[in-house]
Every structure is written in C-alpha cells, then in structure tokens.
Design a protein around this ligand. Structure first.
Ligand SMILES: [Zn+2]
Length: 222
C-alpha cells in the first residue's frame, strides 16, 4: 500500500482527535505530507473516524488529484492542498469544526490574546478569515490569504478551525490550545456583559515568547 505509514497516521490522529473531543461524528479532516515525494495522505469523505482503515485513506498530489486509494478524498481537499502549497515548511493539517472557535468566527475578526498559553505556543492573535464559498477554491483562498510564514492556526468564518504543524502531534495540540482559548474568550465576553475582556498585555508577549522558547521542557541529556 502506497505510503502506509502516513495512512496509519491519518487513521490514528482521527481516533486521537475523537478521544480528546477535538472532533465529533464525521466532521473535520486531516492530512499529512510525505516530505520525499510531496504526496499527501488525507481523510476519506464522510466515513466516521472509528470506521476508517488505512486503505480508506486517500493519497493525493498537491493539486488534489487522487494518486492512490479507492475512496473519495475529503470534500475539503482543496483547502488542505492550497495550505500545503502555501506553506512548504509544514507537513500536517488538522481541520475541525470546534464549537467555541466557530462561535468566535461568527462574532470577531480574530481571537485576541486571551490566554498566556495560546500566545506562547501558537501566536498572539489567531486570524479569522472572510467568508469563503465552500466547495470552491475561494474557500481555500480565504484561508491562504491570512496565512503568514508564522501562522499555526486560522479560524474559518462561520465554519471552524484549521491548524498546521511539522507533524500531527503539533497540529492536534494547537487545535486543542486554540479551542480552549476560544472557550475562555467566549465565556469571558459573556461574563463581562459582552465587553472585551482583559487581554495579555501586547507589549509583554515578545519577551514572554523568548523566555518560553529558551526554557520550556526538559534539558536534553548530555
Ligand atoms: Zn470543515
């Protein structure tokens, strides 16, 4: 089977996302790129996560053309391939319809710096796209046009969330962190009578990030 390891990764990240409450039912889709060939393994369309086997995962090229597989690839394949083309440095994408991120997409132009953790691990603000026409290239375009070389997550207007990383571990963790921040933001807005809540002071974020990147985690054993 072509790129069996990547196909297994797509199956496993789906199960992991389901278990961690990041996705529900058949909503959301995931893809991972083979660095050597540039081919992409992507979720099949409309199969519940527990029923997906490696053979159901579809291998497409970076234009979305099926190279191997008997299933139809995710209907959101153009979104994945357009992001993969825009960001050659990333290898994994997790797209979800996370509830609170979607709420933010309906009311704000971005998710502001509400939690220290999201500022450190993802970025100070998470952009929200304009509305893109689902099922057309315009949908992928609406995401790509707000992606910078540093972007790790984008909230998709009236739709959901898309997170990128060097691998699925990073992309899935980003999806969890952004959704938690969106949840706190929505609750903070409500608790504050709809007024903007206190945010992480913008002037402190660059220094915080520097310290975090220099000191987080365990020292590598000599
Ligand atoms: Zn979607």
């Amino acid at each position: 089977m072509l790129l069996e390891d990547l196909r297994r990764q797509v199956v496993n990240v789906g199960l992991e996302a389901l278990e961690r409450g990041v996705v529900h039912g058949t909503a959301g889709n995931m893809s991972v790129r083979d660095r050597a060939s540039g081919l992409i393994a992507i979720s099949p369309s409309g199969i519940p996560y527990p029923s997906v086997s490696p053979a159901d995962v579809v291998i497409v090229d970076d234009q979305g053309k099926t190279i191997d597989g008997t299933r139809k690839p995710s209907s959101e394949t153009p979104l994945h391939t357009m992001v993969m083309r825009a960001r050659p440095d990333i290898a994994a994408i997790v797209h979800t319809h996370s509830h609170y991120s979607t709420v933010v997409s309906c009311i704000r132009p971005c998710l502001p710096a509400i939690l220290t953790e999201v500022c450190l691990a993802v970025g100070d603000t998470i952009p929200v796209t304009r509305y893109g026409l689902t099922g057309t290239a315009d949908f992928g375009e609406s995401v790509v046009e707000v992606v910078t070389p540093e972007t790790k997550a984008v909230i998709i207007k009236n739709h959901g969330l898309i997170c990128f990383g060097k691998d699925f571990d990073e992309a899935l963790l980003t999806a969890e962190i952004v959704e938690e921040a969106a949840k706190v933001y929505v609750h903070a807005l409500a608790a504050n009578g709809g007024r903007e809540p206190d945010l992480v002071p913008a002037g402190l974020i660059p220094e915080m990030r520097e310290r975090f990147l220099a000191s987080y985690g365990q020292a590598t054993p000599a």
